[in-house]
Design a protein around this ligand. Structure first.
Ligand code: GDP
Ligand code: MN
Length: 387
């Protein structure tokens, strides 16, 4: 199964009248921005874009979070650019840095080795903390307690189209849990063992795969039922591993990305954009998943990003119909972008996400192509896009 029109449609094609749309009630939602003082310029760039293309009509609040203190310049300048209420919060040490059960020396050595191996951001301790924060803690922050929905914003992002309806309200109306706009492949060396643990979580909790899990499997495994027993030559993952490997990074000899005959295709939702329900992140299931992943030590011994964590959690815990693909949102962060089809597009988006609108008719080679390379075929899904 794929995410197709059957499970998920664009909420609105083209432009609506935003003033009229904004007359309706707001959702219980906020933008969430983790940032440092030195990123002020990049944050301004992002806020200007969000305001210009959406929030000048809808005036949703912003929550800014930081492991340090925001300085007064940061706060004042931000207040000048935002049209909704703004709050600033500091992370307490329980949400940032090493937990007490981790052997810091082992973890630091693991991080140092990733530097030697030239793994992207591998040697940056703070980056590991950030990924772990966005994987298992942001939704527990007291400033977010009052909200049901969040929309993640990072420094240096850009929206290309006007967003003339309220995506939170539409997510709610369509009973959606998680929304994304770009899916790409993860750098394999940053997550060599991630799939092993996600797979172990699924197995130890007797989770039978939903259609969505398939999206994260190598094509050869797609739509294939799992073998009853482990393939020959593959050692089963001992259940104890989940308790004994704490921070030790005992990466072993089995092919870590191939469990029970399945292997991870490295696909993940690019989480610097996300519109999602916070109560899903706050659920026992999600937190058990996070705990399983966390206790493996993978946030230190490897450089697991929050994007593959959120994605594999969605694969294990959500159904295809719970997801929404914001194919109408033109979005860019650093070098990767998604540009809806009605724009004078110059560039193919580089996300191998599946966008078939073709379930009901015969598949062609061209359909295969479009399924691999995410590019909406509908005309006019975006509104006033300039990519
Ligand atoms: P990239 O997009 O993967 O290159 O990662 P970024 O450097 O953009 O970091 C992701 C998000 O976390 C951004 O919103 C950053 O502002 C934020 N971030 C990263 N490291 C830190 C940190 O050490 N402290 C704080 N407060 N925010 C951070
Ligand atoms: Mn970023």
């Amino acid at each position: 199964r794929r995410i197709s029109e059957k499970h998920d449609r664009v909420f609105h094609s083209g432009c609506l009248d935003p003033d009229r749309e904004a007359k309706g009630p707001r959702a219980n939602a906020a933008f969430v921005v983790l940032a440092r003082n030195k990123e002020l310029d990049g944050v301004i760039e992002s806020i200007r874009s969000v305001e210009r293309h959406f929030n000048r009509w809808f005036h949703y609040p912003f929550v800014f979070l930081n492991d340090g203190d925001f300085n007064s310049t940061f706060k004042e300048v931000i207040r000048n650019y935002t049209s909704g209420p703004v709050e600033f919060g500091k992370l307490d040490p329980s949400m940032w840095g090493y937990p007490d059960w981790v052997d810091k020396e082992v973890a630091r050595e693991g991080i140092r080795k990733q530097g030697d191996a030239a793994i992207m951001y591998g040697e940056m301790e703070s980056y590991h903390h950030m990924c772990r924060f966005y994987s298992g803690f942001f939704y527990k922050h007291p400033l977010l307690a009052k909200y049901k929905w969040y929309w993640r914003v990072e420094p240096e992002i850009k929206y290309f189209c006007d967003i003339t309806y309220d995506p939170f309200i539409e997510m709610e109306r369509h009973n959606k849990t998680y929304g994304f706009t770009i899916a790409i492949k993860e750098l394999r060396e940053t997550v060599p063992n991630i799939f092993r643990y996600a797979s172990a979580y699924k197995r130890t909790n007797n989770i039978t795969a939903t259609g969505l899990w398939n999206m994260f499997l190598e094509k050869k495994d797609n739509h294939k039922s799992l073998p009853k027993s482990l393939p020959k030559g593959k050692k089963p993952l001992p259940e104890e591993i989940l308790n004994t490997e704490r921070g030790k990074g005992n990466l072993d000899e089995i092919d870590p990305n191939s469990m029970e005959g399945e292997s991870y295709n490295m696909c993940h939702f690019w989480s610097n954009f996300e519109i999602a329900r916070l109560d899903w992140f706050r659920s026992k299931e999600y937190n058990d998943f996070f705990e399983t992943m966390d206790r493996s030590g993978g946030f230190w011994m490897e450089r697991w990003g929050d994007a593959p964590i959120h994605s594999l959690a969605a694969g294990a815990l959500l159904d295809t119909k719970d997801l929404h693909y914001f194919r109408d949102f033109g979005y860019r962060h650093t070098t990767i972008q998604h540009c809806p089809a009605n724009a004078p597009s110059r560039q193919l988006p580089r996300s191998p996400f599946l966008e078939p609108q073709i379930d009901e008719r015969k598949r062609t080679d061209e359909d295969e192509y479009w399924e691999k390379w995410d590019r909406p075929k509908e005309n006019g899904v975006g509104c006033r896009c300039r990519c």
